[in-house]
Design a protein around this ligand. Sequence first.
Ligand code: PBG
Length: 330
Amino acid sequence: MSVFPQMRLRRLRQSDWMRRMVAETRLDVSDLVLTAIVSDAGPDRVDVPSLPGVQRLSVKALVEQAKKAADLGIPALAIFPNISPDDKSEDAAEAANPKGLVPEAVRAIKKAVPNIGVIVDVALDPYTSHGHDGLMEGETILNDPTVEMLAKVGVMLAEAGADIVAPSDMMDGRIGAVRDALDDNGHSDVAILSYAAKFASGFYGPYRDAIGTSAALKGDKRTYQMNPANLDVALREVELDLAEGADMVMVKPGMPYLDVISAIKSEFGRPTFAFQVSGEYAMMKAAGQNGWLDFDRIYLESLMSFKRAGCDGILTYGAIDLAKNLKTNN
Ligand code: PBG
């Protein structure tokens, strides 16, 4: 093995073309999934103070956003609803309403922008009055009744035209139940992106503000979302979800869990996604707005780290601006 002074690693860092030529990882617009928040209240675009740069969109504005994303080559978007407090309830009935905001948004996008993939969370938290991802009895989150409900919601979303459904609740057994329900109802082509390793994280705060669950949320989600201390459990979660029929698995949040992404990708070699969540985005934006950090630069760097860790795709709030930057820089 040749070593210094014969070997000099700086030799291949001398110029931009050389650095590009030997780059091990590339970020492409096809790696990005745009996350978007749709709302049934108020004007077309409403700022979310704790999530700078992201707005709650009306269905009309969401369709425009989807069009923009598709034109830039972004393959898919993931929709999250901010619904009126009047439509939230203990039993989350609105989650299964085929005339609800999300199915309406899905139909509108599929009609106007047929060349973008639509991913929808199968989740109850935007619809429960207590803000949890499961049905409750007293203080307890009920696993099996929640799973039963999620299976119905999954079918309803598929019927509205969702291409990919994404159970994000961390109940046990929900992937198998959603898969069976989809297949039994003629939706064997609808794919499942499982939020397989979803951690009980402090980084979800701005999202909860955006969908309007922060104030209502009682307690925390530690009896179903994972302990941030655990990696072995993440591998078990993924193993079970794949066995139950998940087509793709996801880690969430992203930046604090790059080791988890890397372990999952090397252990299973399946399509592996990460969700760069609201708090990660807000943190970088805030530092950028204060002039402390160069947002464009750190954002790109953060997304590159996901690719290096082995991600096949990244859900992120800044996909549109990033896709524009990738276009002008290439
Ligand atoms: C829960 C859900 C969460 C997010 C999306 N769906 C987390 C939570 O509130 O526990 C977070 C997304 C983000 O922070 O950007 N079904």
